[in-house]
Design a protein around this ligand. Sequence first.
Ligand code: AMP
Length: 423
Amino acid sequence: MTEVRAPRGTRDILGEEAFFWQYLEDVVRQNARLFGYEEIRTPVFEHTELFARGVGEGTDIVEKEMYTFTDKGGRSLTLRPEGTAPVVRAYLEHGFFAREPRVKWYYIGPMFRYERPQAGRMRQFHQFGFEALGFGEPSCDAEIVALSWAIYRDLGLRDLSLEINSIGCPLCKPQYIQKLQVYLSDHRERLCENCRRRLAENPLRVLDCKTGQCQDVFRESSFPSIQEFLCPECRRHEERLFRLLENLEIPFTVNPRLVRGLDYYTRTVFEVKVKSLGAQDAIGGGGRYDGLARVLGGPDVPGVGFAAGMERIILLLEKSGVSPRDTFRVYLAPQDEAGEERLLAFSRVLLLYGIPFHLDFASRGLKYHLKRAQKMGMRFVVIVGEEERERDAFSLKDMDSGEQVLLSSADLVERLRKERGTC
Ligand code: AMP
């Protein structure tokens, strides 16, 4: 029988890589705590309609990439392709608008899109995201950008570029769309087939297209810039955001071609890219979506958020050469059953002092334990055999120097604490 494998576009996370994931999640949660964002966990699947409305008919995601199925009750359900629509759905469903309209939430979890898998592009991938609902102020846009920036900075990521644009509001956006439609119609022949079709429905969506031929059209110097069409309110919003980011010393460039092609996105959009990732260079993006709650059947609730692709960040962390493993761990090597008992008791003392350990068991000889400790990168091995038991002590072997000393329990703890730098 052939071996069953993980489905295409999915993968297991294990070994050294799992440490990178924990590290990344720790940094995300730590920053969420500092900025006062609380966790929300929404279901992995939702009614298909949520994404059809909340992501938008005519988008690549809804047209081509959703994992949609009918359940045994005949309902159409979809594995979530993104996190914002579910979060806004939860906000509306739990009546936050009436009792606590301003909330700051974050999430971490898997997303699903039927895409062509390649490095940094998966069918099951993970995002962390932040959403501030009920906040219309440009300072909240600045906070969302600052929050994402703080996470990237804490992770030690370098060579990042932050691009920002404003896509206006229902007042000024339509005039730009009109201008865009005329321009793109004049260059219709140069657009990809998909975009020629989309042009009629919503030319803004065309700007989301990543194909080389369409990107060439967008790069022309005569290409209309939305920046010239912004109404006074949108301009004020944008200028204030820019000033706040300058105060926060967050470097950015304005990219007038950056859009989120959906009707309910308003004003701020931004994207973070990194040079060293090649084709899949976007590691996060966000924006303001003041029209989304209404599209989902709720009242007008302003919102701004951000989502980052975790696989791509993990690739960067792996390249950086730092090991996320706890470098100080103690290998406990009992020589017999009685040694196991003593080391098991001793491990409780280590727990008390927060010293990580790996307890192995007595069925293998000392040679095996030392080899394994070395392979695991352990600096110290604590050995308990007959001699140690008779003298009511522990042997501590320093794998770097080869030195081995006999210590009382109290001295051993003291030494390990000192070595770890926790005294
Ligand atoms: P989006 O929700 O499309 O704005 O994506 C936000 C971020 O998620 C992107 O900047 C990517 O880093 C990441 N991302 C999107 N799609 C995928 C995918 N199929 N595989 C891995 N990461 C992805």
